[in-house]
Design a protein around this ligand. Structure first.
Ligand SMILES: Nc1ncnc2c1ncn2[C@@H]1O[C@H](COP(=O)(O)OP(=O)(O)OP(=O)(O)O)[C@@H](O)[C@H]1O
Length: 365
């Protein structure tokens, strides 16, 4: 069992604060991902959890017990690094079993546990090879094997897939997710890749400049981003944003910008400041070659086939908007096109600081 709680954690290097009063509880057996752009403090947070870095202030608790003063080897955690950090002259078997050997576990027990880890990761037939004789994906599995053989309460993974090519990353993503189910332990995963975060996690903590912007399930983060930063970071291609203002016209709330006029149906309370940013995800934009009531005219700027979908950039007045529409899309460059939004799936953010104006939750039917 390992619930990990961070309470008021701050970390400064000199005068630079890189993690700022962070509060987060990672539940026992949860898969929680810290995601954010490079330099936002993800790795530093992970290193404070495992004991490789000491917080400037605040405390780390494992199952309610403070561990801030315990060194890394006295904490019930195992860490997988981006670099794998395998011993080049040791075999896969020796690499996986090394931590147990250091803990003076009897050899027969080590052999059994190494074999069990190798079976879980499907690398049994590689046990006598050296790291240089392995592919990137196989090395990654050995690094995972080294962690899971420790049978720790929490596994901490720092960008473990970033050295792999795109195809292998997709494969290993699924394998790590499955491994989490099989070993039934707490996983804390660091990545700057929003797709990894969305696909693997029970919950995602989105970080920016050392501060958690939102911590929620992938669905919640995607459907109800807390602010414009989260909305733009999570989702590929990112959400479209259009600056404008809200006004009530004949009892109907309207969003207006130079390019767009859009009825807003979902938001109850008028914000104090009418200056807002409208957000709409590319998959919630519809295109038609012919006029449709409520759609506005634009022109095709460029279209990019993605296989099942086409990503179409449309120019409306000065704005460029992206739409993700089903294949085939046959309009050429500069052709007139009519653009509509799904009114149920619009987002609004304050222009001042990007905070989301939350739509009322839809009752599940
Ligand atoms: N030992 C250190 N001394 C000084 N500054 C550091 C140290 N370690 C990290 N930093 C700084 O702290 C900030 C956060 O670094 P951190 O590695 O936690 O970010 P990250 O979100 O994991 O980024 P990346 O995805 O690039 O690894 C960065 O600006 C980094 O330069």
């Amino acid at each position: 069992m390992a619930e990990v709680r961070l309470e008021g954690i701050t970390k400064s290097f000199g005068s630079k604060t890189v993690v700022d009063d962070l509060n987060l509880t990672i539940r026992d057996q949860e898969f929680l991902t810290l995601v954010g752009p490079s330099g936002c403090g993800k790795s530093t947070t992970l290193r404070m959890i495992c004991g490789l870095e000491r917080a400037t202030s605040g405390n780390v608790f494992f199952d309610g017990k403070p561990v801030s003063w315990l060194p890394a080897n006295k904490r019930d955690v195992a860490m997988v690094f981006q670099s794998y950090a395998l011993y080049p002259h040791k075999t896969v078997r020796q690499n996986i079993g090394f931590a147990l050997k250091m803990m003076r576990v009897p050899k027969a027990t080590i052999d059994t546990q190494v074999l069990q880890a190798a079976r879980t990761l499907d690398i049994e037939d590689l046990l006598d090879r050296k790291p240089r004789e392995l592919s990137g994906g196989q090395r990654q599995r050995v690094a995972l094997g080294r962690a899971i053989v420790r049978d720790a309460g929490a596994y901490l993974l720092d960008e473990p897939l970033s050295n792999l090519d795109a195809q292998l990353r997709v494969l290993m993503r699924a394998e790590i997710k499955r491994l989490h189910v099989d070993v039934a332990r707490t996983f804390i995963y660091v990545t700057h890749d929003q797709v990894e975060a969305m696909t693997m996690s029970d919950r995602i903590a989105v970080m920016r400049d050392g501060v958690i912007q939102q911590c929620a399930t992938p669905e919640e983060i995607y459907e109800r981003p807390a602010n414009r930063f989260v909305a733009s970071f999570m989702g590929s291609p990112p959400m479209n944003f259009v600056s404008g203002s809200l006004a009530d016209v004949d009892g109907v709330r309207m969003f207006r910008s130079e390019a767009l006029t859009q009825e807003i149906t979902l938001y109850d309370d008028a914000p104090a400041d009418p200056e807002v940013v409208l957000g709409v995800r590319p998959e919630d934009v519809s295109l038609s070659p012919t006029p449709v009531a409520g759609y506005r005219q634009g022109r095709v700027f460029v279209s990019e086939p993605l296989g099942p979908d086409v990503l179409v950039t449309v120019r409306i007045e000065g704005e460029l908007l992206k739409a993700r529409v089903p294949t085939p899309f046959r309009l050429g460059h500069d052709a007139p096109v009519y653009v509509g939004f799904n009114p149920q799936r619009l987002h609004l953010f304050t222009a001042a600081d990007g905070t989301a104006l939350q739509a009322p939750r839809q009752e599940a039917s």
